[in-house]
Ligand binder design. Structure first.
Ligand code: S3P
Length: 432
């Protein structure tokens, strides 16, 4: 689908964005292996999370939609999953693939996981190797490092793993496998990645110990089904934080957004760039901090972004790059080589697309240098099937002169099914 974007003067009003993708995935996975019913509200009905739902249905779990964005999961306990009769398809979802590899490693059956063209190119050794150290038997293309991947469930042993990457998917895969090992499994990260697994595992009754970059889990716990209220996804809210900052006539309230400190780097960075973003009504819901975010038009300036902050905003770099394109001066993003192994190579794809929109961009091996300018021009651009690229380019298009055509824009449904409708609803007409 080609999506046309017409420039607007601003985005104004109140918006409730869809549920957090990371938390939604985990609610299905932990709900499935807990005992008793888990009730989830605010679940993200995006394509990625629906892939997780269908994989767990194939593993014998009863999951019912009870209302708009609400689900119940009939948990069957740690050893209650059953062998799937067919290949499990994770679609575009790296979280589904990597976390399920951990979970399936300790079962007593065989399962095969595959996904779309993007997922079949993404690196899986980062999880299959530590899982093999625990005794997992995983087979696949390129010596078991690329999907499709088959898992033959085994008795696992606990390990201590020094992860070379700050990746919540790696950490979570090992912790989930650790649930099946007899003893304590430990992961040590180079920088702190998102901690939703640790929070939700504790909430379900697992014994999780945390000390800075070290997290340990005690195997074979008794997990109990819970009620979960999924906050709005800060990664989706980020598109509105940036639009509300760069468009001249904007004032937005984004309600009920998760502001977990391992995810909220985008707020810090935008504030440092000069954005008028404030948090209201801060509270905690089912173990996760939540707030309403207020944003209004401001003049942004370029800054340097890098170091341990990168994992806290890794998924927001494409939209931060759009903010940088409209800021005054130069923005340098470094230490973000992980962007090359996301749904697309996001360094290359953002550089290519922003260049088409008349922005001066330099590609670095681990980031981007963006030279801001008050004028960017509408152009024909391509998401290459990457949801966050499609939505970032849409926001750039709102601030450009002339119209923008986004190829392969339908992929926004992966994390934000009604994104283009929501933009339309909030639009203040009359752009450049
Ligand atoms: C996620 C972790 C991150 C993130 C992804 C979701 C998760 O990936 O980019 O969108 O839910 O655990 P990595 O673990 O590869 O950094």
């Amino acid at each position: 689908m080609i999506q046309k974007i017409i420039p607007v003067k601003g985005l104004s009003g109140t918006i409730k964005i869809p549920g957090d993708k990371s938390i939604s995935h985990r609610s299905i996975m932990l709900g499935a292996i807990a005992e008793g019913v888990t009730e989830v509200e605010g679940f993200l009905m995006g394509a990625d999370c629906l892939s997780t739902v269908s994989c767990f249905q194939q593993l014998g779990i009863n999951i019912q939609e009870t209302a708009n964005q609400s689900l119940t999961i009939e948990g069957r306990g740690l050893m209650g999953l059953s062998e799937p009769k067919d290949v499990l398809n994770v679609g575009n979802s790296g979280t589904t693939m990597r976390l399920m590899l951990g979970l399936l490693s300790g079962q007593s059956f065989y399962a095969t996981l595959t996904g779309d063209e993007s997922i079949r190119q993404r690196p899986m050794k980062r999880v299959t190797q530590p899982l093999s150290n625990m005794g997992a038997k995983i087979f696949g293309r390129k010596s078991g490092t690329l999907a499709p991947l088959s898992v033959v469930g085994q008795t696992l042993k606990p390990i201590t793993y020094h992860s070379p990457v700050a990746s919540a998917q790696v950490k979570s895969a090992i912790l989930l496998a650790g649930l099946y090992a007899n003893g304590e499994t430990t992961v040590i990260e180079p920088a702190l990645s998102r901690d939703h697994s640790e929070r939700m595992l504790s909430y379900f009754g697992a014994r999780v110990k945390r000390d800075g970059l070290i997290v340990s889990i005690q195997g074979q716990p008794h997990l109990v089904g819970k009620k979960i209220s999924v906050p709005g996804d800060i990664s989706s809210a980020a598109f509105f934080m940036v639009a509300g900052s760069i468009l001249p006539d904007s004032e937005l309230v984004i309600e009920n957004v998760g502001i977990n400190p391992t995810r909220n780097g985008v707020i810090t960075v935008l504030q440092e760039m000069g954005a008028k973003i404030s948090l209201q009504n801060e509270r905690e819901e089912t173990g996760e901090p939540v707030a309403d975010i207020h944003v209004k038009t401001s003049q942004l300036k370029g800054i340097k972004i890098g170091g341990d902050m990168i994992p806290t905003l890794i998924d927001e770099i494409p939209i931060i790059a759009v903010a940088a394109a409209l800021a005054e001066g130069k923005t340098e993003i470094r230490d973000a080589a992980e962007l090359k192994v996301k749904e697309t190579n996001r360094i290359e794809v953002m550089a290519k697309n922003l260049t088409r929109m008349g922005v001066r961009v330099e590609e670095l091996p681990d980031g981007l240098i963006i030279y801001g300018s008050p004028r960017i021009k509408g152009a024909e651009v391509n998401s290459f099937g990457d949801h966050r690229i499609a939505m970032s380019l849409a926001i750039a298009g709102l601030a450009a002169s002339g119209e923008t055509l986004i190829n392969e824009a339908e992929c926004a449904t992966i994390s934000y099914p009604r994104f283009f409708e929501d933009i339309k609803k909030l639009s203040v007409q009359g752009g450049k």
